[in-house]
Design a protein around this ligand. Structure first.
Ligand code: XMP
Length: 325
């Protein structure tokens, strides 16, 4: 295992030697790995790095602004923010099947990225935040015939047709080492310790057909749940956000009856999900305090008009999966 204060300068030096005077493109996803890769490469080669950030319309609340704030504003990284949400919603219209949605989102992402990358014709390298477990996983996938429960789309598998050389400075690192490196490079703690977020984003957290209206409700409900998890501290001072491996809200496209003031409501239902796991292959639903669940539920119903019922998912994996789709 690596010692980060030693690893960081060595990795920076290595990127400089590899790249020389060439230009590099990197796809920022909002996730930890691409963020740490961007920070490292920017330290190494500054303005020779250009990042592309695709807003799919399926990101968490404020995620795009946060990426711009951290990278473009504070660190001076060149970031091309592309708003492709209309395109994603258009292609997802009428599509209900989870795997079909994954395929569309994955394909569109590559198309949009490729289009933007063409604006940087001088680039010779494509940088990716591939980490050691990704390397093992894709090697395994080539040799083993495993049953595919869910096809995963990451920023990985990007355009071979771009004819770029691959730059993967995190290839030897495990997740905890990537986080330590992120802190070493000065990235905000909140970004470095963020829960994992699936490649297809909210596209697989809105059950069935994805609509902009649903995404908007889900984003707001999810942000409230996460805020309450961050705020609630356990007896040892650790937040519940840090005590669980992953937490999020799922949008259910069904309506239920409620009452508000002296009126009847007929609005959507959401489910809160929080799990404890180390490997994400098996997971236990998190035994969150009732008080925390109650506060999050009250706030979601009071603050998000359009949602009048909140449930908590108490299924473990297996037989359920972590995501609902
Ligand atoms: P499941 O739902 O399979 O999730 O128990 C296990 C972990 O994988 C994430 N996940 C995905 N990540 N693309 C991704 O990049 C996907 O299509 C995808 N589906 C699930 C999930 O968030 C959890 O961390």
């Amino acid at each position: 295992s690596w010692n980060m204060p030693e690893f960081a300068p060595q990795a920076i030096q290595k990127v400089r030697e590899q790249v020389g005077g060439d230009e590099v493109i990197l796809g920022l996803s909002g996730g930890v790995d691409s963020a740490v890769a961007a920070a490292l490469i920017h330290k190494a080669i500054g303005n020779q790095l250009s990042c592309i950030f695709v807003d799919t319309g399926l990101l968490r609340l404020g995620e795009g602004d946060q990426v711009m704030e951290t990278f473009a504003k504070h660190m001076g990284v060149k970031v091309d923010r592309v708003n492709a949400s209309e395109e994603f919603y258009r292609e997802l219209k009428g599509v209900e099947d989870p795997e079909a949605k994954r395929k569309i989102i994955g394909r569109l992402f590559v198309e949009v990225f490729q289009r933007e990358a063409k604006k940087l014709p001088k680039a010779k390298w494509l940088a990716q935040g591939t980490i050691y477990p990704d390397v093992i996983e894709s090697a395994g996938a080539k040799t083993k015939k495993a049953v595919t429960i869910k096809s995963h789309h990451n920023v990985g598998g990007l355009p071979e047709s771009l004819h770029l050389k691959l730059l993967e400075p995190l290839r030897e690192l495990f997740k905890d080492e990537v986080r330590a490196l992120g802190l070493e490079l000065g990235l905000p703690r909140e970004m470095v310790f963020r829960h994992p977020f699936p490649g297809p984003g909210l596209g697989v957290r809105i059950l069935g057909e994805v609509k902009a209206e649903y995404a908007e409700l889900l984003r707001r409900a999810d942000a409230i749940f996460i805020e309450e998890l961050r705020r609630a501290k356990d007896s040892d001072g650790t937040s519940w956000y840090d005590k669980v491996a992953q937490a999020f809200v799922v949008f259910l496209p069904v309506r239920s009856v409620g009452v508000m003031g002296d009126g009847r409501t007929y609005e959507f239902v959401v489910a809160m999900r929080a799990v404890q796991t180390t490997d994400f292959m098996t997971a236990h639903w998190a035994e969150l305090p009732y008080e925390l669940l109650g506060r999050a539920s009250n706030r979601i119903i009071n603050e998000v008009r359009g949602i009048n019922r909140v449930t908590y998912d108490i299924s473990s994996k297996p037989p359920a999966t972590i995501e609902w789709e």
